[in-house]
Design a protein around this ligand. Structure first.
Ligand SMILES: [Zn+2]
Length: 401
C-alpha cells in the first residue's frame, strides 16, 4: 500500500493541526483543548471512540473489513511547564511548551488514522489509536492501561508502535532491538539527627555533612558497584537542609534521578542506595530514610518486531533513512509499560529543521528546541504502514498458498 503519496496530500492538514496544538500546549493528565482538537480531527472516520475517565485520553478503534488481530499505535499529547523561547509565529505564549514534540506525535497519529481508515476494507483486524496525556512524569500510560486501552479492540494487540521526534537529520528513523531507553527512578534520602546551635556541633547530631558525604559516595557507588556494560546514571539534583545560617537542622534531604538499563541493575541500585545511605548515617549516629520510587521501567523493543519494522521501513524510506542505533538512550518513556505487555517497537524520528545543524541543535525539553513539521507525512505513513502490514500479512500468506 503506497501510504507515502496519500500521506503527502494530508500534510497541510496535519501541519495546521500541529501548529494549533503547539500554540495552545497543556500539561499533565487533563488536556481538554488537545482532546477536543483530536476529536475534531478524527471526525467523519468510522472509529469507536472512548474517552478517558481519569485523564483526557482518546482511544479510537478502527475495525477492518475482516476479523483478525489488533495492533496498537500510540501518540502522547502533553506539553511541559517550560516557557517557550523560539520565535516561531505559532510559539506558545501561555508559559507551557510542546518542548518534547508531542504536538507532532498527536498530528502524526491523526494522520495514520486517516490513512488506515481509507483502507478499512482491506484490513483483517483492528487498529487501536492511543492518544495519551501525561507522559512527562504523570503516569498517563499507566492510567490508560488501567482504563483498558490494551483491550479496547476486544483482544490483546499483537504489536504496538510509537514514534518520538528528536534532534537529528530530518526524516531519519532510528531504533534498535532490545533495550532502547532507560528506566526512570527517583531516589529520596532524608537524614535525621538532632539540631542545635551552629557553634556547638558536638552537642548536636548534624545531618548536613552526612548528606554531603552521600553525594560523592553515590557517584562512587555508580562507578564501582555496577558493570560498565550495564551502567546506571545517578544525578543528585536536590539538596535541602536548614533555614537559618546559625542553626544546625534536625534533618537534611537529598533527591536524585536514577536511570537504569536492566532489571538487574534496578534491583541492585535499590539495595545499594539503601545500604549506603543507612551505613553513612549510622556511622555518624544518624538515621537515614530511603525512598526509592520506580517511575517508568526500561523501554525494551521486541527483537522480532523490531527487525521486521527496520526492514519494512527501509522498504518504504530506503536504507539511508532507517538506521539501527548502537546504544540505548538514558532518557525514559512510559510507552515502556505498553511494551511490557505487547511486543512492539518504539522509534525515533529526526526532526531538526534543514537550516539548523543537527549536531548542535537544542534537545527535547529545551525552550529553544525546533521540530520541523514536514516530518509529519513520514511519521503518519510509517505508523500506518507498520499497522497495515500486521493486519494484511496473514491474508498475503493465504493468497500465496
Ligand atoms: Zn517526549
Amino acid at each position: 500500500m503506497p501510504f507515502l503519496a496519500e500521506s503527502q496530500s494530508l500534510l497541510p492538514r496535519l501541519v495546521a493541526l500541529r501548529r494549533e496544538l503547539h500554540a495552545d500546549p497543556e500539561v499533565g493528565l487533563d488536556l481538554p483543548n488537545t482532546q477536543k482538537r483530536i476529536l475534531e480531527a478524527l471526525e467523519g472516520l468510522d472509529l469507536e471512540i472512548t474517552l478517558g475517565e481519569n485523564c483526557s485520553s482518546v482511544t479510537a478503534v478502527l475495525r477492518g473489513g475482516e476479523p483478525g488481530p489488533a495492533v496498537l499505535l500510540r501518540g502522547d499529547m502533553d506539553a511541559l511547564p517550560v516557557a517557550e523561547l523560539t520565535d516561531l509565529e505559532y510559539a506558545s505564549k501561555n508559559g507551557s511548551m510542546h518542548a518534547c514534540g508531542h504536538d507532532l506525535h498527536v498530528a502524526g497519529l491523526v494522520g495514520a488514522a486517516h490513512l488506515l481508515a481509507a483502507q478499512q476494507q482491506d484490513l483483517a483486524g483492528s487498529v487501536i489509536f492511543m492518544f495519551q496525556p501525561g507522559e512527562e512524569g504523570w503516569h498517563g500510560a499507566e492510567t490508560m492501561i488501567a482504563e483498558g486501552v490494551l483491550d479496547a479492540a476486544g483482544e490483546r494487540p499483537v504489536a504496538a508502535y510509537g514514534i518520538h521526534v528528536r534532534p537529528g537529520p530530518l526524516g531519519v528513523f532510528r531504533t534498535k532491538p532490545g533495550t532502547l531507553m532507560a528506566g526512570a527512578n527517583e531516589l529520596r534520602i532524608t537524614v535525621t539527627g538532632s539540631g542545635g546551635h551552629s557553634s556547638q556541633p558536638q552537642a548536636a547530631l548534624d545531618p548536613v555533612p552526612a548528606v554531603a558525604e552521600m553525594v560523592t559516595a553515590l557517584q562512587n557507588m555508580a562507578t564501582r558497584r555496577f558493570s560498565v556494560f550495564d551502567p546506571i546514571v545517578l544525578t543528585v539534583t536536590q539538596l535541602e537542609a536548614g533555614e537559618a545560617i546559625n542553626v544546625i537542622p534536625d534533618t537534611a534531604k537529598l533527591g536524585a534521578s536514577v536511570r537504569t538499563l536492566s532489571e538487574e541493575s534496578l534491583n541492585r541500585v535499590i539495595m545499594e542506595t539503601k545500604a549506603l545511605a543507612e551505613g553513612i548515617a549510622s556511622a555518624h549516629g544518624l538515621r537515614a530514610e530511603v525512598d526509592f520510587n520506580v517511575l517508568y521501567p526500561v523501554t525494551v523493543n521486541d527483537a522480532a518486531r523490531t527487525d521486521e519494522a527496520l526492514r519494512e521501513l527501509r522498504e518504504l524510506f530506503g536504507m539511508d533513512r532507517v538506521i539501527q542505533s548502537r546504544d540505548p538512550l538514558m532518557g525514559s518513556e512510559d510507552f515502556s509499560l505498553v511494551l511490557e505487555q505487547v511486543p512492539g517497537t518504539f522509534l525515533f524520528l529526526g526532526a531538526t529543521p534543514p537550516e539548523v545543524d543537527p549536531a548542535t541543535a537544542d534537545w527535547n525539553h529545551s525552550p529553544r528546541v525546533l521540530f520541523d513539521d514536514s516530518v509529519l507525512a513520514d511519521q503518519a505513513a510509517a505508523l500506518a504502514q507498520l499497522a497495515y502490514n500486521r493486519l494484511t500479512e496473514d491474508l498475503g500468506a493465504e493468497q500465496e498458498l
